[in-house]
Design a protein around this ligand. Structure first.
Ligand SMILES: [Zn+2]
Length: 301
């Protein structure tokens, strides 16, 4: 699928003044969609008062150093971002996670994820979907195409559409570069850069820290929900899956770790149900065969 606009213009609504001035060369369906997400996110940001933190009273150095950090992080090329994602992945896999051993299951999940990418808002970087051995119901994304989903979530899901909804949500975080936004905020808050900016090791350390400890904001979660919903629909999957998975999370006795810091699953499920009722694609009906899904994930049950 050809792209109607250059990749460097992917994020029209970054909240940094450095990247705020974007040019719009051509209009297309994706642009309209992205602008809608961006406008919504911007309004939500204002309403929540969650604008990027700035020093209350800043001296010249206080302004210059964060500017270097912001520039380094938010102006990363796709290649740099993919390399960072890969380094973060190596750290996570060596220190924090164990990948599920079943290669067939891993290939299946990767296949589901890859089926979304041509319909996503950021199809021209490579994506890696990995299954983490963990009983908790969890999924997250870092940057540069790296998505993680737990065996616990795969076991809790009833069909492909539910899994694909989660993967689409995570791809949405990557398309919006939410992890890079979080890194920028952390770098500014910690004042960790020297006069020449962040070293590569500092960058990776912050990215790992963000991945493991910093939840996404409510605004970012809702934007990622929107991405996931639209992307899975355009890929042909039944969009109800996103709501039904979220309803499962809400009915659990204790909310899974990652989602407890997300917006209330009940609110999100209700919102997704409403979106499904109002704007689901009639042609999007795939991924609802519970028996077929059950067979594919039999090793987890
Ligand atoms: Zn999320």
């Amino acid at each position: 699928m050809t792209r109607p606009y250059p990749s460097s213009l992917y994020s029209p609504f970054r909240y940094s003044t450095l990247t705020m001035s974007t040019g719009i060369f051509r209009w297309g369906k994706r642009w309209q969609r992205r602008l809608a997400y961006g406008a919504m996110a911007f309004l939500m940001t204002l309403s929540l008062g969650a604008v990027v933190p700035r020093p209350a009273s800043a001296g010249l150095l206080d302004i210059i150093l964060p500017t270097i950090q912001v520039f380094q992080i938010t102006n990363m090329s796709d290649e740099q971002e993919v390399r960072l994602g890969s380094q973060v992945n190596q750290q996570l896999l060596s220190q924090s996670f164990r990948l599920h051993r079943d290669p067939e299951l891993a290939a299946y999940v990767d296949e589901l994820g890859q089926s979304l990418i041509p319909h996503s808002d950021r199809p021209d970087i490579p994506y890696v979907f990995q299954v983490v051995e963990d009983d908790s119901i969890n999924a997250f994304a870092t940057m540069g195409g790296y998505v993680y989903i737990t065996t616990g979530l795969l076991a809790a899901a009833d069909n492909e559409a539910e899994v694909v909804g989660v993967l689409g949500h995570e791809v949405g975080h990557i398309a919006e570069k939410h992890a890079l936004d979080q890194m920028r905020d952390v770098a500014i808050a910690q004042g960790v850069a020297g006069a020449f900016g962040l070293s590569r090791n500092q960058m990776v350390a912050i990215a790992v820290d963000v991945a493991l400890h910093l939840p996404n904001s409510r605004k970012d979660e809702l934007v990622a929900d929107d991405h996931g919903f639209v992307t899975m629909g355009e890929a042909g999957y039944d969009q109800t899956g996103m709501a039904t998975l979220m309803e499962k999370l809400d009915s659990g006795s204790s909310p899974p770790a990652i989602f407890s810091t997300h917006p209330n699953p009940r609110d999100r499920a209700a919102r997704l149900r409403q979106m499904d009722g109002e704007s689901a694609l009639p042609s999007a009906t795939a991924g609802t065969d519970t028996t077929a899904y059950s067979t594919r994930v039999a090793s987890l049950r």
